[in-house]
Design a binder for this molecule. Structure first.
Ligand code: PLP
Length: 498
């Protein structure tokens, strides 16, 4: 297969020279990677090979036009077989490894005390370090149980940014969710290396003003999904630990993408260059009193989650609630086979070669889009690229849904499914007057499932985007013709504006 840079199949997934140079000395000291006598190749290949394949059904534009019209131009309405490259989400969509599938076969489905639970608990405890590891069927169940057990109505949670299910669960528990990300985290073009950091000045002001009685916990989302998959620095986590200890408030992590966050710390935080990523992750996670975890991301599993905590009394209350809705504490809504897949997946997410490839492959997509003048949220995040559609399609007004227009075009032009994160998902309609209010940004997210697509799939996405961007001036807006009362982006229907 020939590539544009002529350097082989994966030639373009190269390590940036400054990263390669910075990584070498400490990695050697730790005995982690390269030996000076070994040739140092710059090409990063996918650190896995294919054992099982799933066919992609190739479709024509005419077929896709028919499918899309049938579901009212809403990509959530498509059947997945009608999608060629599915970038809707990175959640629960990972390809599992041979070792994970072996674990699936070993899974013991006993109701209580399964060895699969103890393997899962040992892995999560080894990496995360918390005394109590409580399995749940996915991240939002962990959130509901944590906030339902820890919050008193009227209390606040202070976060860099709450993910939408997190905010919903805080509010469901009667709390107030306040986002305190640093100002750079709200600016799409800022290239700050840790745009997920919490604003420590505002955090201290709120801790001082509300005190431990008014704040249930401080939460750091690693990486910050709602803010473009941007990381939080180790320095920022340490400072948040220091403040929360001083004010007597617990510190929790939303650890869904803990490994990607640790990988960014290794690459971007001067004091951490070349330190083994497992060691960084262990320190990062142990700075907190506990976590919620969606194992559908950096657990490399298709289903699962857990809560971690060092608080014995809280753990007992959470287990009581768990039994009501999730299941017995040694399975928490999961099969023994799911627990085995997570036990293995947590370590695989921290593999140095995997993480380097993972972060670089997203960065690669971002670099190519920049070259074709498609503005993105900078710098590229750990799991996705977010395209700025206000910049790409200035002729389309926010309430004509430029993000949805791009998402529709990517599907029609190349069978690519992406996700609008703009006025369709986050815009607001006044219940009394029916007036619509646009979202702050009009984004389309290209989320990369873990280990699923190869560089040629990514190059295909770039080619399709290049073709769509070349016709950007011809694209016209959409009208929303029906919508449900809540979470409208899942089922709203659209029509082309004439
Ligand atoms: C940062 C973050 N927290 C929590 C969740 C919720 O996890 P789940 O989808 O497993 O319920 C997600 C899901 O996308 C997420 O990205």
């Amino acid at each position: 297969m020939r590539r544009r840079n002529g350097s082989g199949v994966f030639g373009a997934l190269r390590m940036r020279p400054e990263v390669a140079a910075a990584r070498a000395p400490r990695a050697q000291a730790a005995g982690v990677t390269h030996d000076r006598s070994e040739p140092h190749y710059r090409t990063i290949i996918e650190p896995h090979r294919v054992k099982v394949v799933e066919p992609i059904v190739m479709t024509t534009r005419a077929q896709r036009e028919e499918k899309l019209a049938a579901c009212g131009y809403n990509l959530f309405g498509l059947r997945s077989q009608d999608v060629m490259i599915d970038l809707l989400t990175d959640s629960g969509t990972a390809a599992m490894s041979a070792e994970q599938w072996a674990g699936v076969m070993r899974g013991d489905e006993s109701y209580a005390g399964s060895p699969s639970f103890f393997r899962f608990e040992a892995a999560a405890r080894d990496i995360f370090g918390y005394t109590h590891i409580i399995p749940t069927h996915q991240g939002r169940a962990a959130e509901r149980i944590l906030f339902g057990s820890l919050m008193k109505p009227g209390q606040a949670t202070l976060a860099n940014t709450h993910f939408d299910t997190t905010r919903a669960n805080v509010e469901f528990a009667g709390g107030e969710a306040l986002d305190l990300v640093i100002p750079e985290g709200l600016s799409p073009s800022s290239r700050h290396p840790f745009k997920g950091n919490i604003d420590l000045v505002r955090l201290e002001q709120l801790l001082a003003a509300r005190g431990p009685a008014g704040v249930a916990l401080v939460l750091l989302t690693l990486t910050n999904n709602a803010g473009g998959g941007q990381p939080v620095s180790l320095e920022n986590i340490r400072a948040a630990r220091e403040l929360t200890t001083r004010y007597g408030v617990p510190l929790y992590l939303d650890a869904a993408r803990f490994a990607e966050n640790a990988g960014f710390i290794q690459q971007r935080e001067a004091s951490e260059r070349g330190r083994p990523v497992l060691e960084i992750a262990r320190e990062m996670l142990r700075l907190a009193d506990g976590c919620t975890m969606s194992a559908k991301k950096d657990g490399m599993a298709n289903m699962g989650g857990f809560i971690g905590t060092n608080d014995d009394e809280l753990a007992e209350r959470m287990r009581n609630l768990l039994i009501l809705t999730e299941g017995f504490p040694t399975y928490g809504g999961l099969s023994g086979r799911d627990l085995e897949a997570i036990a293995q997946g947590l370590y695989e997410a921290l593999d140095e070669d995997y993480l380097r490839y993972r972060l670089r492959s997203i960065e690669y997509l971002g670099e190519r889009l920049r070259e074709i003048d498609v503005a993105i949220v900078e710098p590229p995040g750990g799991h996705a690229i977010y395209i700025d559609c206000r910049a790409l399609l200035p002729q389309i007004q926010p309430l004509e849904y430029p993000g949805q227009v791009l998402a529709v075009e990517l599907y029609l032009a190349g069978g690519i499914r992406s996700c609008e994160i703009g006025s369709v998902m986050l815009g607001r309609r006044d219940a009394v007057t029916g007036q619509e209010f646009p979202a702050a940004m009009e984004l389309v997210r290209l989320a990369m499932p873990r280990r699923v697509y190869t560089q040629s799939h990514v190059d295909y996405v770039i080619e399709v985007l290049t073709a769509v961007a070349a016709r950007r001036g011809e694209l016209r807006g959409l009208r929303m013709v029906s919508q449900p009362k809540v979470l409208r982006h899942f089922t709203a229907r659209f029509e082309a504006l004439s």
